[in-house]
Design a protein around this ligand. Structure first.
Ligand code: FAD
Ligand code: SIN
Length: 532
């Protein structure tokens, strides 16, 4: 058994920036960070384009960033959250610069600012096309110097401990559900450990692995959302899955390599198989329209012309500048025989970001007491029906700070729970057929991609739900009888997340932002967040 005042699940931008602040505030307290594989294996590490923020007040303004975020969010953003994130963002960005993050500068020493879809101004700070890798590096280096932070790697959190584990009946209607800590599988010993905490932060990232084609690494299996849902906490707006318009088309390769939107910001043009620059037929902002519009346009062009991808044309761009800004993309394309100065890059949309998640208030508090959430696993109200590009790293920083401010005060009123039972494996056996798990995940990814993708219909959603019911029943039977493994838990979590996406999509009887249902092509007058 482990006891810790502050327990952080996740070692991406959200978890690490929170841990650093709490550790600096309470130098005498130990902060425990848990991560299911390597410390740097996170969605954060793969971020390319950069982090949005108003840093050039001569050309940009908070009001413009707020408006761009609200327009992308298609009516469902919480205006208070948007204002908080946009206005507090620049200070938080300065903190990661102080922790050693290097953003690209021009020869005069001014930051080079990029532009992506939906932004009216150049406001994206970046480190070439590997911004996330640079941020993760700087955070991990700073954490390694902070003596009171311990990172436990290869440790898989299985469930939140609540009153349910003390033998009480806990339902959605139970008031004051409380988090006492977590059960986690230590992959070094293969034993479940009980970790009791006063304050717990979920910074567990995204869920792109629920789809067959995704830009998200293997760790992005929606564990945090699934655990909170099982613990009867509130989950919001899961139907809003963002498909990035331009993932490199490379059949059989998973995850998909991203071609950052910043390439279009620098002049890249989308073309169909006939060479036509089609975006002007869909939106006056053309290639830099918000992501939902560009992804749907590409989907439509692919269906119309019977192809599995479109092209991103960069041939006309200055090669030297391209290589300087996008060295990683240049090298990746070269490695598969694409010379960007001569060939167009084949691209197709891929599941990329979960706009919904664990519902929080403006301090990152979830509906479960003493449990906070921030980063991609949370739903703070910033993104509404569609996230504005490069707003997620910013949101993670602003909300990890707010979780920290609230948590360091709150901890004084919370004591460790006593008499929490150890994990019981009674009646379970070792898994004999791994194929039952891997096949369930494949089936799930296929059905989500085929029936719950960019364009949805009532019949497809019904079909998806029927298949999900069966997968759910099968995985629960397996879970009851088998000792836990990361693969089994991830399959179970992914199926839960798939269910929440479909359920949200069925409740939303309109087309808004990232959710497009041809049976309800218009927008409802009722502005509604779907809370499950
Ligand atoms: P993550 O960085 O994903 O970290 C999640 C952590 O939780 C990991 O440490 C993981 O091990 C841990 N974890 C999860 N479940 C468990 C469990 N059960 N037990 C133990 N540990 C667990 N956003 C931008 O703003 N700008 C960009 O340019 C940008 N580019 C992107 C490019 C790509 C290819 C991708 C995939 C995303 C991009 N995003 C971008 C989105 C952004 O990177 C993520 O939303 C953000 O990094 C999420 O950070 P996080 O800290 O919430 O989660
Ligand atoms: C990209 O670089 O295109 C991704 C940016 C994001 O997801 O915000």
């Amino acid at each position: 058994m482990i006891q810790t005042d502050f327990l952080v699940i996740g070692s991406g931008i959200a978890g690490l920036s929170y841990a650093l602040k709490v550790a600096q505030y309470y130098p005498d307290k130990k902060i425990l960070v848990i991560t299911k594989t390597q410390a740097d294996e996170t969605n954060t590490k793969y971020a390319q384009g950069g982090i949005a923020g108003v840093t050039d007040l001569e050309h940009d303004s908070y009001e413009k960033h707020i408006q761009d975020t609200l327009i992308a969010g298609d009516g469902l953003c919480n205006p208070l959250t948007v204002e908080i994130v946009v206005k507090e963002g620049p200070e938080r960005i300065n903190e990661i610069i102080e922790w050693g993050t290097q953003f690209d500068k021009d020869p005069d020493g001014d930051y080079k600012l990029g532009k992506e879809g939906g932004h009216s101004e150049f406001r994206i700070l970046h480190h070439k096309d590997v911004t996330g890798k640079e941020i993760e590096r700087a955070l991990l280096e700073t954490v390694s110097k902070q003596k009171n932070i311990e990172i436990i790697k290869h440790c898989f959190v299985v469930d939140i401990i609540t009153q349910h584990h003390l033998g009480y009946l806990v339902t959605k209607a139970t008031p004051d559900i409380e988090c006492f800590g977590v059960y986690a599988l230590d992959l070094h010993t293969n034993k479940i450990i009980k970790i009791l905490s006063r304050i717990t932060l979920f910074a567990t990232g995204g869920n792109g692995q629920v789809y067959r084609t995704t830009t998200n690494p293997k760790i992005a299996t929606g564990d945090g959302v699934a655990m909170v849902y099982r613990a009867k906490g509130r989950i919001e707006n899961m139907e809003f899955i963002q498909f990035h318009p331009t993932a490199l088309y490379e059949p059989g390769v998973s995850p998909s390599f991203l071609i950052t939107e910043a390439v279009r910001g620098d002049g890249g043009i989308l073309r169909n198989k006939n060479g036509e620059a089609f975006m002007e037929r869909y939106d006056e902002r053309k290639d830099l329209a918000p992501r939902d519009i560009v992804a749907r346009a590409i989907d439509n062009e692919m269906k119309r012309t019977g192809t599995e991808h479109v092209y991103l044309d960069c041939k006309h761009m200055n090669l030297e500048k391209f290589v300087e800004h996008f060295p990683n993309i240049y090298e990746k394309c070269k490695s598969i025989g694409i010379d960007v100065s001569k060939h167009m890059i084949p691209v197709a949309p891929a599941a990329h970001y979960s706009c919904g998640g664990i519902k929080t208030d403006e301090w990152g508090r979830t509906s479960i007491k003493n449990l906070y959430a921030c980063g991609e696993c949370s739903s703070t109200g910033l993104h509404g029906a569609n996230r504005l590009a490069s707003n997620s790293l910013l949101e993670a920083l602003v909300f990890s700070h707010r979780c920290y401010l609230d948590g360091v005060q709150k901890v004084k009123d919370v004591s460790f729970k006593e008499h929490v039972p150890d994990w019981s494996e009674e009646g379970t056996t070792q898994p004999r057929e791994m194929i039952l798990i891997t096949q369930s995940i494949k089936e799930l990814q296929l059905l989500m991609s085929d029936y719950v993708g960019i364009v949805r219909t009532n019949v497809r959603l019904q079909r998806a739900m029927k298949r999900l019911d069966l997968l759910h029943e099968e995985i629960e039977t397996l879970y009851e009888a088998t000792s836990v493994s990361p693969q089994l838990c991830e399959a179970r979590n992914l199926i839960t997340v798939g269910y929440l996406i479909v359920k949200g999509a069925q409740f939303r009887k309109e087309s808004r932002g990232l959710h497009y249902n041809t049976d309800y092509p218009g927008k409802s007058e009722l502005l509604q967040n779907i809370v499950l």
